[in-house]
Design a protein around this ligand. Structure first.
Ligand code: UDP
Length: 492
């Protein structure tokens, strides 16, 4: 094989079809495509290509070798309404099993196109939940690198929880120390991710398959940076024979245009939002957003809104209420909430330009559900957190933010509210708790200013990590070198 073609790497990037998983993979695509002799193909479906192409267009126009491969999505065949090509477009979570069936059918559609891809793909980089990509990688004898949309801290916690017997016979609400960590962190089983705490949409068999395919993968790309969680990065590298590459914070790969075009068209006039932020005092605004998939009930949203109001601080409140939107809108208008708070609050219904908002100097705190992308985006902007985890690994993210990094204040949620079972859990956080946490966060005393100082230092470290010579920049180079060496060995 000519040395030129060994040098040429072609990454097939295969994201899970949900915004919190696709957005960071698109950012990875941009990073990779800027490297010499690297071609990137993002495998997705027609509607997702339309949704995410604005953020990539600039790079395509600049002649970078990055493109979408659109595989028709078998919605009807899987019993889904037309147009449901992303988890957040499903009319109800009862359709998630159908969605998984449709996602699995993409394997055959990709394999039918595989041999026509130029240059021949040298590597699959796929979301860890895209299980079939493991078989495709074996079939075409190329390495599969897993993108794990979570932190190294979460990976290490999970490893030790599997390895220890600490959960045997332990009641759900009894606090225990997370085993094997360099920090002393207490948690309860009711706060753990679905691997250890059953959830209706994560079957144990499926999770076991994720674990098994992940353990057989060539390596792992993580949206994090070494300076953020160095001890945990080191530990994870030991567990994965060194094949761990932290490339983040991925959101920092965006310029201003990329920041505003990320993931969806926004539900507010951006200029109006920025003008409003310009009119507020520095570090005074609470930005509240619970990501792309949390389904907070109207009753719980009301408590959140009342807490924001009672805090007397200016706020931007993002409300994604899905099929409950009518209910919450009725409450907002019947109670004249917007009228009462119009001088110091903005409500964004559905999708906010999160990166633009977080990078505005008026934002003083981020009230978050602790999705990992949101955490990194807040860190990158130097904004401290009010933490209100909902499900998945979000309580572990809260522990990292509040107890390890000490850049957050918890509102005091105690149990995971399972995705799809929100009504069953009712109200788990009262408005008074929200108000108190905001007051603690916004206090000008020593604790508050130390917290701000720490998150400011992390922001600087994050921005340095992605620059030439920084840790994430170096990891990107190392990842590419590693794959080139592998290709060379295979060709001998
Ligand atoms: N996001 C956004 N506007 C919104 C909601 C979410 O831009 O109104 C973006 C956010 O910036 C982040 C992603 O969507 O990149 C959400 O990912 P995260 O891991 O925080 O949460 P998830 O949606 O996966 O629960």
């Amino acid at each position: 094989m000519a040395s030129e073609s060994i040098n040429q790497l072609h990454f097939l990037l295969i994201p899970l079809l949900a915004p919190g998983h696709t957005i960071p993979i698109i950012d990875i695509a941009k990073l990779l495509a800027q490297q010499p002799n690297v071609t990137v193909t993002i495998v997705t479906t027609p509607l997702n290509a339309i949704r995410y192409s604005p953020t990539l267009q600039e790079h395509i126009n600049a002649g970078l070798p990055v493109r979408f491969l659109e595989l028709p999505f078998p919605a009807a065949e899987a019993g889904l309404p037309e147009g449901c090509e992303s988890a957040d477009a499903l009319p109800g979570l009862h359709l998630l099993p159908n969605f998984s069936v449709a996602v699995d059918m993409l394997q055959q559609r990709l394999e039918q196109r595989f041999d026509s891809l130029e240059p021949r793909p040298s590597c699959i980089l796929s979301d860890k939940f895209m299980l079939w990509t493991a078989d495709t990688a074996i079939k075409y004898q190329i390495p599969r690198i897993v993108f794990d949309g979570m932190s190294c801290f979460k990976q290490v916690c999970t490893h030790h929880l599997y390895a220890s017997k600490v959960l045997d016979g332990l009641p759900d609400s009894e606090p225990f120390l997370l085993p094997g960590l360099p920090h002393q962190i207490e948690i309860t089983r009711a706060q753990l991710p679905p691997e250890f705490n059953p959830s209706p949409f994560a079957s144990p068999d499926h999770l076991e398959r994720v674990r098994e395919t992940e353990s057989k993968s060539y390596g792992m790309v993580i949206n994090s940076f070494e300076e953020l969680e160095q001890e945990y990065v080191n530990e994870l590298k030991k567990l994965k024979a060194g094949k761990v590459w932290c490339l983040g914070p991925l959101s920092l790969s965006n310029n201003d245009l990329g920041k505003s075009l990320r993931g969806n068209s926004t539900s507010i006039d951006e200029q109006h939002c920025l003008n409003w932020l310009d009119s507020q005092k520095p570090k005074s605004v609470i930005y509240s957003c619970f990501g792309s998939s949390s389904q907070v009930t109207p009753q719980q949203l009301i408590e959140l809104g009342l807490g924001l109001e009672a805090s007397k601080h200016p706020f931007i409140w993002v409300i994604r209420a899905g099929d409950k939107a009518k209910e919450i809108n009725t409450w907002l208008s019947d109670n004249e909430f917007e009228e009462r708070t119009k001088d110091r609050g903005i409500i964004i219904r559905d999708w906010a330009p999160q990166l633009l908002i977080l990078s505005h100097p008026s934002v003083g705190a981020f009230l978050t559900h602790c999705g990992w992308n949101s955490i990194l985006e807040g860190v990158s902007a130097g904004v401290p957190f009010l933490t209100w985890p909902q499900f998945a690994e979000q309580f572990l993210n809260e522990k990292l933010v509040v107890e390890v990094l000490r850049i957050g204040v918890s509102v005091g949620a105690e149990v995971i509210v399972n995705w799809g079972e929100e009504e069953k859990f009712g109200v788990t956080v009262k408005s008074e708790q929200v108000k108190k946490a905001i007051e603690k966060m916004m206090d000008d005393g020593v604790e508050g200013s130390e917290r701000r100082k720490r998150v400011g230092l992390l922001r600087n470290a994050a921005n340095k990590a992605i620059q030439d010579g920084g840790s994430s920049y170096r990891n990107l180079t190392l990842l590419i070198q590693d794959l080139r060496e592998l290709a060379k060995i295979k060709s001998q």
